[in-house]
Design a protein around this ligand. Structure first.
Ligand SMILES: [Zn+2]
Ligand SMILES: [Zn+2]
Length: 308
């Protein structure tokens, strides 16, 4: 193997605090690990101790793995016995819970930050190998993940419901409750879509559904939506698709920090109303009938444009 690895440019957001040296080192680590060369990455890790750089490395690793795993994170990245990889997993969970990984890394002594970086680089390097080529091709082609499909379905159902019940008191309830939240008043529906999509995603995983989201028996989402603890647990662990990250961060912060706040109660009520309205409107009602998303497609098709 040639050890002439590229240096990946690092772009900084307005809130990022990373030195020039940190950016350069991180770019070199990413270049080596991205080509599967742990030896070269390893040589650089002693230089990579800045909390912001460590946080970013874990963030990039987490996102790369999620993209290559149909939008979800393998369990090994989030849970495991204490010891090997624990500091890395802690930072991955921090990001999924919409908190700042740089701040969490700053709480760790240098040796633990280095351990987290080492695990992140090793995970990235392992994903660079050809066994993941099919997943890489899928990700490169922009194939929607299960999470994308669940959110799209939730959006379509929510749009349909808005047209059925434009005067719903949930809109007024949201206007009153949302003042203090990061979701501005107009974005209540996006928050409800996110919450419902996250619940669909958890249900799909429970039901072993990966490809055909239309087989999802969505009425089974209702008991989950009505169980506050379940919703908090689901939202906290849901891996946001990149396009939904802003809404996702706001909903996660509500779920984790203020699950009893009126704004979060309204979001759950909203998702509940959308889901229950679809069950009530289903025309296939019968003793053995179980509503699936497929039942709804004929009704929803005219709203696809409005939901896009
Ligand atoms: Zn190398
Ligand atoms: Zn039905």
């Amino acid at each position: 193997m040639s050890h002439d690895h590229p240096q990946i440019p690092i772009t900084l957001g307005p809130l990022d605090r990373m030195s020039e040296h940190g950016q350069q080192t991180l770019g070199l680590v990413l270049g080596a690990a991205g080509e599967g060369c742990m030896a070269c990455a390893e040589d650089l890790l002693d230089e990579l101790t800045e909390p912001a750089a460590v946080g970013r490395l874990v963030e990039i690793t987490r996102r790369t793995v999620a993209q290559l795993n149909d939008g979800t994170l393998p369990g090994a990245l989030t849970t495991g016995s204490p010891g090997d990889g624990e500091d890395f997993r802690l930072l991955v969970r921090t990001i999924t819970e919409a908190a700042d990984p740089a701040a969490a890394a700053a709480q760790m002594p240098t040796a633990r930050r280095r351990a987290a970086s080492r695990t992140a680089a090793a995970v990235l390097a392992s994903y660079a190998h050809t066994s993941h080529q099919a997943a890489r091709d899928r990700a490169a082609a922009g194939t929607p993940t299960l999470a994308d499909a669940c959110l799209a379905q939730a959006r379509l159902m929510t749009t349909w419901w808005r047209h059925q019940d434009p005067e719903s008191e949930v809109h007024e309830g949201w206007r009153r409750a949302s003042g203090e939240t990061d979701l501005r008043a107009a974005d209540g529906e996006q928050g409800a879509v996110y919450l419902l999509g996250a619940v669909f995603h958890a249900l799909a995983q429970e039901e072993g559904i990966r490809d055909d989201i239309h087989a999802l028996p969505y009425t089974r989402a209702l008991p989950l939506i009505r169980d506050r603890e379940a919703v908090v647990r689901i939202v906290k662990k849901f891996v946001s698709p990149p396009a939904q990250e802003t809404t996702g961060t706001a909903v996660k912060r509500l779920a984790i920090d203020e699950p009893d706040a009126p704004a979060f109660v309204v979001l759950r009520l909203w998702a509940d109303l959308v889901c229950a309205a679809h069950a009530a409107a289903c025309c296939y009602q019968g003793p053995d009938h179980e509503c699936t998303l497929r039942d709804r497609q004929a009704f929803l098709a005219p709203y696809a444009h409005a939901a896009a």
